[in-house]
Design a protein around this ligand. Structure first.
Ligand SMILES: Nc1ncnc2c1ncn2[C@@H]1O[C@H](COP(=O)(O)OP(=O)(O)OP(=O)(O)O)[C@@H](O)[C@H]1O
Ligand SMILES: [Mg+2]
Length: 297
């Protein structure tokens, strides 16, 4: 942990000028190698996920410019499982080159008190779906999911399978550009066959991953097809509403034919029948290029 007083000094001025509601004494500082001090805003937002706790914070770069950041630490201090999970996430993020559709990492601190510092993103796709009601217009669905698919392609190119693609793990900036986040379930395998494990979230998890919870033998699956399935479910959730808790959907109205056909292909029970992520990108790009006007489901 860093020296609180020093961090207050280095982070205080610009921050306090721009955020007068935050008292100096309310900043808690952390030292991140190669980055310096980041400060958690005690009055800021806080999210507690399955593995980590994410808090709003601020980081001043070398030029003294203040950046809003998200600070992820273990959910339960001293928990071996949380510690292992966040350190594995750090290992993956450290090896992954940056990409416009993957959340930008400012710095990481592996070890006994692991910390991940990322750019602060104002909302998740889940928040947007909760705010706008279940149905986004098809143009927005295609644009947002194309961003996500490009991010997933980048992961696959670098041999990473995300394994937990869902609206709560898709972050949106002010102009609704989408970025993938949360690599707590991710693995360094993609085109190879892997043992399906019960990672992911009900409602978005590929059926081959669910099977291993009930049968003794773990099915061998192509890792990238697990992400393609979840991507299809994310598209579906944009069309019909949140699928958290395994809600199933049959309605297809209001969804243009080509988009519906892509959703059906991505969510095929047989992983081999699903397209590759690159093919998903190409199909979404052709919808952007040609437009979806006149297509009805
Ligand atoms: N960079 C960020 N900017 C703003 N908010 C974020 C950021 N990263 C995460 N969050 C918020 O924190 C929540 C939990 O983060 P994250 O998904 O990384 O943790 P987790 O413990 O792996 O969660 P879970 O396993 O429940 O998905 C996200 O759903 C989102 O609301
Ligand atoms: Mg998450």
């Amino acid at each position: 942990m860093g020296d609180k007083g020093a961090a207050e000094q280095s982070l205080g001025m610009g921050l306090l000028a721009s955020q007068p509601q935050v008292e100096k004494g309310e900043l808690q500082a952390l030292q991140i190698p190669g980055v310096g001090s980041v400060a958690v805003l005690k009055g800021g937002k806080e999210f507690v996920g399955a593995h980590g706790s994410v808090k709003e914070g601020v980081w001043h770069d070398n030029e003294g410019i203040a950046h809003s950041v998200a600070i992820k630490t273990v959910k339960v201090a001293g928990s071996e499982k949380c510690l292992k999970t966040i350190n594995k996430e750090i290992e993956i993020l450290a090896k992954l080159p940056s990409h416009p559709n993957v959340v930008r990492v400012v710095g990481v601190r592996p070890g006994e008190e692991p910390v991940i510092v990322e750019e602060w993103m104002p909302m998740t796709l889940k928040d947007l779906l909760n705010e706008t009601g279940p149905v986004l217009n098809s143009g927005d669905v295609v644009r947002i999911t194309l961003d996500v698919a490009k991010g997933v392609c980048h992961l696959h190119k670098h041999r990473v399978t995300h394994h937990d693609i869902k609206p709560a793990n898709i972050l949106l900036d002010e102009t609704c550009n989408a970025k993938l986040a949360d690599f707590t379930c991710s693995v360094f395998q993609v085109s190879s066959l892997i043992d399906a494990t019960r990672h992911g979230t009900l409602g978005y998890m590929a059926p081959e991953c669910m099977q291993c919870g009930v049968s003794r033998s773990r099915p061998r699956v192509r890792a990238e097809k697990i992400d393609v399935y979840s991507l299809g479910k994310v598209m579906l959730s944009c069309v019909v509403g949140n699928l958290d808790n395994g809600k199933t959907i049959t309605a297809t109205s209001l969804c243009p034919t080509r988009l519906w056909s892509l959703i059906c292909d991505c969510t095929k029970m047989d992983p081999e029948g699903r397209p590759s992520c690159q093919q998903v990108v190409e199909r979404l790009e052709s919808m952007v290029k040609d437009g979806l006007e006149g297509e009805v489901g």
